[in-house]
Design a protein around this ligand. Structure first.
Ligand SMILES: *Cc1c(COP(=O)(O)O)cnc(C)c1O
Length: 364
């Protein structure tokens, strides 16, 4: 068998030339057994989801509904999301994970002759979608402290802009005033703000939606809602943008959200109290971990996310990654220019982060 993760273009007479040339996204390791393992590599929640979301799964007769196709419009779920953010239901689009929402956004707004702008260090799915949809990418370098300078995006003839806020994998947050500058720089192109980590301390750009017809904001239940396994993400924007996403979705798969996922997600999103508590716990653990690692001499990028991006002292990031792996602690190492000296460490429970700090102290 060939290595499914190999990035090399291959020749197979049955494959279309297009598929042979793809460079698919490589997700963080999901070990088959997590026993004895401290998993800090894919920014999942260390705590289980809202009990109200969990309760949906034990409801009587849930499985009987599977006989029917689910609501293709996820009506109740969209209405629940809209109510949380003071939007109308027609300003919400849901997808099978925010990755799917992003894929439809790339097709709906960025598939144009002009290049799409995004930072050089960012979510590594963006270049994958560019290749998949044949969109030209123009990357703009982050500053040396990994900050984004909005003026760098003042490029004429752009096909659109996308960036995560806070950025991934750096965790750095861009204030809303800068997002507004970006929206005004490209008034006739869509600006997508990927807010996968916004609940961990940032201020959402959702409040700008009714003032900017070119703003699309995406969220996910995978991180702050502890539902990575459910696969649910959503986009918010003015109705004309949401209509475009629905056109793309209904040309690809009318039923991306199964009926059970619609119910679980609806319960999860309605439970705001649980979300606030869960994020407060993660933020407190993040601040504790940052202080401990700073004391050990790590250089830490200020984080507004559920992970930290840190450069170890004395040893290389790769050496520390491997030494932690030997101690059954998995973090994420990116062997890429400019960030190969950093590790991205997801925030786990207090106990897990205590074990991480102890292991780092020992290794260093
Ligand atoms: C995790 C992540 C996503 C994907 O989230 P899913 O909803 O699990 O597909 C999107 N964007 C960024 C920046 C992420 O880190």
């Amino acid at each position: 068998m060939s290595d499914p993760m190999s990035d090399q273009p291959r020749n197979n007479p049955f494959w279309s030339p297009a598929v042979a040339q793809l460079h698919p996204y490589v997700p963080g390791e999901q070990p088959k057994t997590t026993a004895r393992l401290i998993k800090l590599n894919t920014n999942e929640s260390p705590y289980p989801p809202s009990p109200k979301a969990q309760a949906v799964l034990t409801q009587d007769g849930l499985a009987r509904h599977l006989r029917l196709y689910p609501d293709p419009e996820s009506t109740e779920l969209c209405a629940t999301i809209a109510a949380q953010f003071d939007l109308k239901p027609e300003q919400v689009f849901v997808g099978n994970g925010s990755d799917e929402v992003l894929a439809h956004a790339f097709y709906s707004f960025f598939k144009r002759p002009e290049p799409l702008l995004f930072p050089d260090i960012t979510y590594s799915f963006y270049p994958v979608y560019c290749q998949f949809y044949e969109i030209e990418a123009r990357t703009l370098p982050l500053r040396n402290d990994f900050s984004i300078e909005v003026e760098d995006f003042a490029i004429e003839g752009a096909g659109g802009v996308i960036l995560p806020n806070p950025n991934a994998p750096t965790g750095r947050y861009l204030p809303l005033a800068d997002i507004e500058k970006l929206l005004r720089l490209h008034p006739s192109r869509v600006v997508v703000i990927d807010e996968a980590y916004i609940d961990f301390g940032g201020e959402s750009a959702v409040a700008l939606i009714n003032r900017y017809p070119n703003l699309l904001v995406t969220h996910t239940l995978s991180k702050s809602h502890a539902l990575a396994g459910l696969r649910l993400g959503y986009a918010m924007g003015q109705a004309h943008l949401i209509e475009a996403l629905n056109r793309a979705k209904n040309s690809f798969n009318s039923y991306p959200i199964d009926g059970i996922a619609q119910k679980v997600a609806t319960a999860a999103i309605a439970d705001r109290e649980w979300l606030a508590d869960n994020c407060a716990k993660v933020i407190a653990t993040r601040e504790w971990t940052c202080a401990e690692l700073a004391e050990l001499g790590f250089d830490i990028v200020p984080s507004t996310a559920n992970f930290i991006f840190a450069k170890p002292p004395k040893v290389s990031a790769e050496a520390l990654f491997l030494a932690l792996r030997e101690r059954n602690i998995i973090v994420r190492y990116f062997n890429k220019p400019r960030i190969s000296e950093y590790l991205r460490i997801s925030i786990g429970t207090d106990e897990e982060m205590g074990a991480l700090v102890a292991a780092c102290r020992e290794i260093l």
